[in-house]
Structures are given as C-alpha cells and as structure tokens.
Design a protein around this ligand. Structure first.
Ligand SMILES: [Fe+2]
Length: 389
C-alpha cells in the first residue's frame, strides 16, 4: 500500500447492554445543564428514550420527537432556533440515521448561524459544533461514526414541491460520543433489521473496493462483513429477536462499516440506490440490495484481489475461485437471508421502465460514483438498471 491517504477517525465509543440509560452520568454530559434530546415518534413510543431521559433528569430541557424519515431541513432549522433560545449546550440523538443526521444538522446550524443550504457540500461547516451524543436504534447507516449528514429539503418553489436531499460532509459533524446499546434493537421489525443489515454489508464492500480505500478502513470493513456473513449476525437476530449477542454483532458491524465509509467512501451501488430511493421511495437498504451483486461482478474485474482477500479473511471458500464464492455468499445474504427481491419492478410499483434512462443520468452525477473502482458512465449505469428491471 503506497497510495497516500488521510484517515479520519470517528469519536469515542461506549458499548454495552443498558449503557444508554447511563448517558446522563457520562463525563461528557455531566456539566451540561441544558440538553436537547432528539428522536422520532416511533422510537419514543417504543420507550427507547425513557432510560436516557431518566439519566438526564431535569437537564433534558427540550425533548423533540418530530424527526422524520430522510430528515427535514425546515424541522432542523426551526429546532435549532428553539435550541438557541433555550440556551442548549449539548445534544443527545436517539434513533436511526435520520434522527442522528437531523441532530448533526441542528448542531451545524447552531454553530454557524447559517441555514442548511449554505452548509451543503464538503467542509462547509468549518466550525466546532456543540457536543453531540449519538445513540443508534438501528444497525444500518453507522451515522454515529461518520462525518456525513443527509437531510431532505421539502422546499416549494412557485407552488411546486422541489424536494432535494442536502448532503453535508464535514469532520465537525462526527458525533462527539457514540453509545452502542444492543438492547435498543430488540424490538426492531424484521423488515427493518434486514434492509439495514444489507446497507451495512454494502457500506463495507464499497469501502473495501473504493478508490479512496486505505488499510484502516479496510480492516474495519472486513470485520463488518465477517460479523454479517460468516458469523450470521442478521440470521441470528431474525431467529431470536431478543438475542443480545446477535443484536450487538449487527450494531458493531454497522458501526465498523460506518467508520470504514468515513475514511474510504462508497461507490456505484450507493449512487444507484440514492436515485432509485429518491424516485421510488423504497428503503435505502432494499435499493442497495437490488444492485450490490451486479456492481460487485463489474468491480471484480478491477478489485478481484481485494474480494479474494476478503473471502479468505472471512472464511468463504469457493469450489472454483474465491471471488465467485464471495459474490455468491453476498447474493445469498442479500436475497435469501435478508429476503430483498431481485427485481426493481417488484419493489417500485410506481416506476416504469421508461424512467430508467433518467435514473441512470442522475446516478452518473451522484457524489458517491467517482470513488467506484471501475469508472461507470451513464450507459453502464443504465445497463445495470435494465438488467435489474
Ligand atoms: Fe448506505
């Protein structure tokens, strides 16, 4: 490995069953008298913030459960204004990627005084944000380990909805502390466990093959794949939803894959998943599952040695060769274990085949495409979409 790289580490991690309920006592939060707790209505109804609130006591100055899937810029900016008025000095986010990304948005708006559209892009926050404690309740995005926030702007121009996902990339967005508590995942519906686990494996595989790959990210990504594919973390969690070891393995795989992406970035599968997800409204992990195997087959021509090394590292041995064995194992994980359908038309009934060229055009502009190991143009992306249709 002689290619220069810069590794951006995530923040400290606290792991353990029940640890979320002690967060208010941690040194980081102890001195903060006015804390904003962010979540969504589903997480709150499930009682997953009860322990956090009990440990913070009266210091939980604002409890906001209005985060929505994909986030909402208007919500984030309004909440930042409220937090400023209330003298908030720290944020605790309890939820999936949308909640944690929204919390990153609130922290960024508070630190800069700027609206999100002015913070979109790479290194636009540039200001130290207030302490942010991220407590994931799903094992998918790994947002608690990353410098990324994706927040949907549901703006209206001249009476016409003009939704757009605003992508913020800035090391100041990396949460100050990640709290990984497997008990919070016990009640996850199977469909959510499956889709998010596929996202985890996609993060790891794309980070391993990325043009920005480096040995630190690759080590984390390899362990994430091992937990999911060889140790069967998802299968065990599906079989016994209350199995805390299985949930912990899913959570750890998600966190490790998040750290891997933080330093190595992604590739073509995410580029395709972003556009299909935005147009057809299908879950992000399902969209990734549709394309992961096809993208691996294409990328295998360039990074076959990396796939082969991964296969032997995690103990996947094939009758013919290790690359085919790995792709076969990923295929079985995505479509058999996680049950992701194989056809785009089966998961996106509102979509027509005529829309595919437009999707390929959009995917060619996606910020995750340039780090794919094989250069894919619009025509190549269209071929993948048509093959999966
Ligand atoms: Fe993802």
């Amino acid at each position: 490995m002689s290619t220069p790289f810069q590794h951006t580490p995530a923040g400290p991690v606290i792991f353990g069953a029940g640890v979320a309920a002690t967060v208010g006592d941690k040194t980081l939060l102890k001195k903060h008298e006015r804390v904003l707790v962010m979540t969504d209505a589903v997480v709150r109804r499930a009682g997953l913030i009860d322990g956090v609130l009990a440990s913070l006591g009266e210091r939980a100055t604002i409890v906001d459960d209005a985060a929505v899937p994909d986030g909402d810029c208007q919500h984030v900016e309004a909440l930042a204004a409220r937090a400023k008025d209330a003298g908030i000095t720290a944020i605790v986010a309890v939820g999936g990627g949308s909640v944690i990304d929204s919390a990153k948005g609130v922290a960024a708006v508070l630190a800069t005084g700027k609206p999100l559209h002015e913070l979109e892009g790479v290194a636009r926050v540039r200001t130290r944000t207030m302490p942010l404690v991220a407590i994931p309740t799903t094992a998918g995005t790994g947002s608690e380990a990353t410098q990324f926030a994706v927040i949907k702007d549901r703006g209206v121009t001249d009476g016409v909805p003009t939704p757009i996902k605003r992508i913020l990339v800035d090391t100041n967005l990396i949460p100050t502390l990640a709290v990984l508590d497997p008990t919070l995942l016990v009640g996850l519906p199977a469909t959510v466990s499956c889709a998010t686990a596929v996202d985890v494996v996609t993060h790891a595989i794309e980070a391993l093959g990325s043009r920005m790959r480096n040995p630190i990210g690759s080590a984390m990504a390899t362990e994430a794949v091992r937990l999911m594919l060889r140790d069967g973390a998802l299968a065990r969690a599906l079989r016994t939803p209350g199995d805390l070891d299985a949930r912990a393995d899913c959570l750890m795989a998600s966190h490790l894959a998040g750290q891997a992406v933080n330093t190595s970035m992604l590739g073509a599968c995410h580029a395709l998943a972003h556009v299909v997800g935005a147009v057809a409204g299908i879950p992000h992990g399902v969209a990734n599952g549709l394309f992961l195997v096809d993208v691996m087959r294409i990328n295998g021509a360039k990074v076959g040695d990396i796939y082969g090394r991964l296969a032997s590292a995690i103990g996947v041995v094939g009758a013919s060769d290790d690359v085919s064995a790995l792709i076969g194992a990923v295929d079985a994980f995505v479509h058999d274990t996680a049950g992701i359908p194989r056809r785009l038309r089966d998961v996106a009934p509102g979509l027509t085949e005529e829309a595919l060229p437009g999707l390929a055009r959009a995917a060619a502009l996606d910020p995750d495409l340039p780090t794919n190991p094989v250069r894919l143009d619009e025509a190549a992306l269209l071929s993948i979409l048509q093959a999966r249709w």
